[in-house]
Write a protein that binds this ligand. Structure first.
Ligand SMILES: [Zn+2]
Length: 154
């Protein structure tokens, strides 16, 4: 199930971009505000034009107000674009937690949030704490039979 990074091939992502994605997803954990759970998560999104956007989880004293790293990253991207046509031009999304044994996976809310903007074929790469292990799945594999924007078109 887990693979060494050197063996991972992500469709549409060069080996250099993959290396940078891994580094940025791991580094993004340093941006985490997680004083309650001490559970840091970092995320890095690579867009079609080669831009890297990173983010981390942000917690709140009112626990339900916490925002995951994936949604932080996506909101940063969406609200930074002057050209709305770029909202859905994603190439790969990567995340990292602190566990050395397991690769963190996106929660259900984030899978749905990703679904709003990304194609079902989007590769999602999930790293362990030091980036020596990773899993790659498509959005469709993580969110089968999903409901998305197209379903609201009458
Ligand atoms: Zn989440």
């Amino acid at each position: 199930m887990y693979r060494e990074n050197k063996n991972v091939v992500v469709p549409g992502v060069t080996p250099e971009q993959f290396k940078e994605l891994r580094e940025k997803a791991l580094e993004a954990r340093n941006l985490s505000y997680s004083p309650y759970s001490n559970f840091r998560v970092g995320c890095c999104l690579l867009t079609e034009d080669g831009t890297f956007v990173n983010g981390a989880n942000v917690e709140n004293a009112s626990y339900g107000g916490a925002i995951c790293a994936e949604r932080t990253t996506i909101v940063k991207l969406i609200t930074s674009l002057n050209n709305p046509s770029k909202r859905r031009q994603w190439r790969c999304l990567a995340i990292s937690g602190d566990s050395m044994d397991t690769c963190i996976t996106p929660c259900g809310i984030c899978r749905q949030f990703i679904r709003e903007f990304a194609p079902l074929s989007l590769p999602i790469v999930m790293f362990n704490g030091d980036g020596t292990k990773c899993l790659m799945k498509t959005l469709e594999e993580l969110l089968p039979l999903s409901f998305g924007p197209d379903d609201l078109i009458h």
